[in-house]
Design a protein around this ligand. Structure first.
Ligand SMILES: CC(C)(COP(=O)(O)OP(=O)(O)OC[C@H]1O[C@@H](n2cnc3c(N)ncnc32)[C@H](O)[C@@H]1OP(=O)(O)O)[C@@H](O)C(=O)NCCC(=O)NCCS
Length: 298
């Protein structure tokens, strides 16, 4: 599949590859914990740490983004026991489909074979992107029209009292956010999470989220900014809103000490949409690697 890649991978260090996976696990775990109790019960949420890896389960969802064992084999080599515990937890929790996304840097190298032996099948990959904490490039100027593509977008951080406006925008693009309104509204007030709305005049037209966490300890600790939930309302697309949301999150993350930023998009493979990928590239992100999920129907 790497033959058909439309972008070259610029791999960060192994430590950074691990941080990319671990911050995803941290964010998923944190997100699962911030649901209000009635919402957690309604959706059947469960979360458990396995060292730096994390299990999250959602009985009401068949989406493996909400039913996964994240960052397996990153901080330390994965064990059979961890995999079997995950499968047992999922069965007990009556979840239908689970996933183990295997990032670069996972250990042991034979982990795919272990997953295969338990019936997991490799799925379609996503792209993991990264950038370091270097300054933002100058804003993109459309030479034909002579305008700064992001100047007319005002990006504002969302306060807990405005959380419903954030969910309104995201749920117009991804309806599931509307069905889980109480959960995502609660996330706006959760530690580590920063939510943003992009405005044109008086109208909120785009939304995005940044989760910031520290990976590692002591003099190896790195602050990482993890990008999620980037959407622009259909009628406002191709006006630079997503670019502005990316730039604001990088600027805030740098100010708060992030040395690494990461995001996930559709892979740069034939027939895949590359709008986000290109937008992230213009702001200094590079492809780190394709990340494959290993899926199991139970
Ligand atoms: C992906 C998505 C967020 C992009 O949002 P957007 O606000 O339209 O993005 P931008 O306007 O910043 O950039 C999109 C394109 O418009 C161009 N553009 C930006 N300002 C422009 C302007 N004023 N006039 C014309 N074109 C412009 C950009 O150069 C970019 O061009 P490219 O696709 O050729 O690279 C949006 O399509 C979306 O919400 N999709 C569904 C959800 C989704 O897939 N989210 C991403 C998850 S990773």
């Amino acid at each position: 599949m790497s033959d058909s890649l439309r972008a070259a991978a610029v791999r960060p260090s192994v430590a950074a590859c691990r941080a990319i996976e671990i911050i995803e696990a941290e964010s998923a775990y944190s997100q699962h914990l911030c649901a209000p109790p009635h919402e957690a019960a309604r959706l059947g949420l469960a979360a458990e740490r396995m060292g730096s890896a994390a299990v999250i389960l959602t009985r009401k969802s068949k989406n493996t983004m909400y039913n996964k064992l994240a960052a397996l084999g990153q901080a330390s080599p994965a064990t059979e026991r961890q995999v079997d515990r995950f499968i047992d937890m999922a069965r007990q929790h009556r979840v239908k489909k689970i996933s183990v996304p295997l990032g670069d840097g996972m250990r042991p190298r034979g982990l795919p074979r272990l997953l295969e032996s338990r019936g997991f099948i490799r799925g379609y990959p996503n792209a993991k992107l990264w950038r370091d904490g270097s300054p933002l490039p100058p804003p993109h100027i459309d030479r034909g029209r002579g305008v700064n593509e992001t100047a007319h977008i005002s990006v504002r951080r969302v306060r807990p009292s405005d959380a419903s406006a954030w969910v309104d925008v995201v749920s117009e693009v991804w309806r599931v956010f509307g069905f889980r309104r109480a959960w995502y509204e609660a996330r706006v007030a959760a530690p580590g999470w920063r939510h943003y709305l992009g405005w044109i005049d008086d109208e909120p037209v785009a939304a995005a989220t940044l989760f910031i966490g520290t990976v590692g300890a002591g003099n190896r600790a790195v602050k990482v900014g993890h990008f999620v939930d980037g959407v622009t309302l259909k009628r406002w697309r191709r006006r630079g809103a997503q670019a502005a949301m990316i730039r604001r999150r990088i600027a805030d993350g740098r100010r708060l000490g992030c040395e690494l930023f990461t995001s996930e998009t559709a892979p740069p493979l034939p027939r895949m949409p590359l709008v986000s990928f290109r937008n992230l590239q213009r702001q200094g992100f590079e492809l780190a690697y394709l990340r494959y999920p290993w899926n199991l129907e139970i």
